[in-house]
Design a protein around this ligand. Structure first.
Ligand code: UDP
Length: 140
């Protein structure tokens, strides 16, 4: 087991419905510690960079529009195997396929408006954390 940090976003559909606290409770109940957190409004350029890997996909424009439509909450989560652990807590991308008790099963509206982002690898976690947090903003 390894102590890891992963990057998380509480997406606009969730902040709009006042679900930040409920999602944070799910995160903390799962044993992950929120070691950095801030509420921000993404710029279009930031959203395009963040989801750059998907820029050729048909849903890219809609995804960027959604991600800048309302504030988001960006977080760093720390815990044993945090990257994989948070992917499990979030559930499948499409809430229709997400397991009971996961964030996406409980809260997501659709495959696009799916309430949460979590890094998919330790390498991407480090890149994503550095996009939004200075080292001294993360207090473990
Ligand atoms: N997405 C979408 N339509 C799709 C697939 C993905 O709108 O058919 C959005 C959705 O918000 C998802 C994000 O694009 O969370 C990134 O997709 P990815 O496949 O990386 O899923 P994730 O890692 O977020 O589960």
């Amino acid at each position: 087991m390894a102590l890891e940090r992963t990057f998380s976003i509480i997406k606009p559909d969730a902040t709009r419905r006042n679900l930040t606290g409920a999602i944070n409770a799910t995160i903390e109940k799962a044993g992950l510690r929120i070691v950095a957190q801030k509420r921000i409004l993404l710029t279009r350029a930031q959203a395009e960079t963040f989801y750059g890997v998907h820029k050729e996909r048909p849903f890219f424009g809609e995804l960027v529009d959604f991600m800048i439509s309302e504030p988001i909450v960006v977080q760093v989560l720390e815990g044993e195997n945090a990257v994989a652990a948070y992917r499990e807590v979030m559930g499948a991308t499409n809430p229709a396929n997400a397991a009971e008790g996961t964030i996406r099963k409980e809260f997501a509206l659709s495959v696009g408006e799916n309430s949460a982002h979590g890094s998919d690898s330790l390498e991407n976690a480090q890149i994503e954390i550095a996009q939004f947090f200075a080292g001294n903003e993360i207090v473990g």
